[in-house]
Design a protein around this ligand. Structure first.
Ligand code: PDD
Length: 281
């Protein structure tokens, strides 16, 4: 495997950044994960728009022009021979002597890009069987709309899920309302058969897959409602599913040990997933 690190294509095994990179010391950086399907990058423009926004919100400089960045991404995908998989892109505020205050504006930012193949059989098995989730209090900061690499709460939540025999942790805010998953957005099908997801306020990341599914639902004539929903409503929902670039749309069949609906993946998740791929292709 090959990784791009600050202007160079390096063997993945030895690719490294400096010990005083602010990403390493302060989680002072942002990232994107984007799907590659049949050799094409899915929703690249939206991912790069969100990257721009994350950088702007944190006053981190652009690593390079969009055209140059796109060329590097394509080159990393090509060199790793990824047909179906993901690329990962991270920009940090760069290398500087440790000091909480930002370094001088001319400090070069760090840019790292990797790409890897994923196994379609594993994804298909998850879609067929559905996943289990746990719920946890949302203990993150109030700017999770910025896609920062400060993911320790998310890592802790996924670990807790794993230890409970589940695959995702779903965050619940102080009002008992679902925010999102540790690395996914959460959807339910409510009692009226409508697709419901939380409004993209500062309490969740505005997922690119979430936006794509809104497009798909509009095309299919499926009603989407952006409103908050509680953990209780989720447990009683007809269907629950989670979405992200890494998984598109995984059904959740059990939450905190309680079965969702009849315990099998639902028809809506399946329909959305199929249509999503039609639109993406
Ligand atoms: N995570 N919410 C959180 C907290 C996320 O980390 C992600 C994505 C999403 C879904 O966003 P999108 O549809 O743009 O992938 C929602 C990435 C995949 C990750 O951290 O691996």
């Amino acid at each position: 495997r090959i990784a791009y690190v600050n202007g160079r294509y390096l063997p993945h095994a030895g690719a490294a950044v400096h010990i005083e990179d602010r990403g390493f010391q302060f989680a002072d950086g942002v990232y994107e994960v984007c799907e590659v399907r049949h050799g094409l990058i899915v929703d690249l423009t939206r991912h790069l728009d969100r990257l721009d926004r994350s950088l702007r919100e944190l006053a981190i400089a652009q690593p390079m022009s969009r055209a140059a960045l796109t060329a590097v991404i394509r080159e990393v995908v090509r060199r790793n021979r990824v047909r179906n998989g993901l690329f990962y892109l991270q920009v940090t505020r760069g290398v500087a002597r440790r000091d909480h205050v930002y370094p001088k504006a001319e400090t070069p930012v760090s840019l790292v890009i990797t790409a890897k193949q994923t196994d379609p059989a594993i994804i298909a098995a998850k879609n067929a069987k559905g996943l289990k989730a746990i719920t946890l209090p949302d203990n993150r900061w109030d700017r999770v709309d910025i896609k920062t690499v400060g993911l320790l709460p998310n890592a802790m939540a996924r670990q807790a899920a794993k230890e409970a025999g589940a695959q995702e942790a779903i965050y619940v805010d102080a009002d008992g309302m679902v925010t999102e998953g540790a690395a996914t957005n959460v959807w339910i099908v409510d009692g009226d058969g409508r697709l419901v997801t939380r409004p993209a306020d500062h309490g969740i990341l505005r997922g690119i897959t979430r936006t794509g599914i809104q497009d798909v639902a509009a095309k299919l004539g499926i009603d989407i409602v952006e409103r908050r929903f509680s953990r209780d409503e989720m447990l009683a929902a007809r269907e629950v599913f989670i979405t992200a670039a890494t998984s598109i749309c995984f059904p959740i069949v059990e939450i905190d040990g309680q079965t969702v609906a009849n315990g099998h993946p639902g028809a809506m998740a399946e329909r959305i997933r199929m249509a999503f791929f039609d639109v993406a292709e």
